[in-house]
Write a protein that binds this ligand. Structure first.
Ligand code: ZN
Length: 162
């Protein structure tokens, strides 16, 4: 039996994410992050690099945009009339939202510009086109429960977050 991280296990880890030399996300002062391996719970490029890790091990992982949040797409913009948004929505540049595509899948978007009645949405993830510098430490590894495998995510501290 291997003691390295395997698919179908729940990993608890400390992590920090640096982009352009700045920390943009971290578990510092927070609960460790738990994730279920093999279910797209975390960025694929990071998970792939963690598969050989053991409890107590630390690693720095650099993920290319391709394996991270994607390349920046100059075409991923759309002009939408103001009337398509709820009247009480404070439409201004920088506002982030979740929209649904034609198949009903949730998509990230943020307002790039507001020109009169025309609102330009940018569908690029804020970290698109960025190299991701992760620093991770594996705190524990355990087998997932049946329920976790069914749901495709970890249930932290027996809790249930949907
Ligand atoms: Zn669940």
């Amino acid at each position: 039996m291997s003691d390295t991280i395997q698919e179908g296990q729940v990993v608890s880890m400390e992590y920090s994410l640096q982009v352009d030399g700045k920390v943009v996300d971290s578990s510092d002062g927070d609960e460790p992050l738990e994730f279920l391996v093999g279910f797209d719970n975390i960025i694929e490029g990071l998970e792939d690099e963690m598969l050989s890790m053991k409890v107590g091990e630390s690693k720095k992982v650099i993920v290319s945009p391709e394996d991270g949040y994607g390349e920046y797409d100059d075409e991923a913009f759309m002009d939408v009339p103001r009337s398509e948004f709820p009247a009480d929505m404070p439409v201004k540049p920088g506002l982030e939202m979740e929209v649904t595509d034609e198949e009903g899948n949730p998509m990230y978007a943020r307002i790039e510009a507001v020109k009169g009645d025309q609102i330009t949405l940018n569908f690029n993830h804020p970290l698109a086109g960025k190299e991701l510098h992760f620093s991770v430490k594996v705190l524990s590894i355990r087998d997932a429960t049946e329920e976790e495998l069914e749901h495709g995510h970890a249930h932290t501290n027996g809790g249930h977050h949907h």
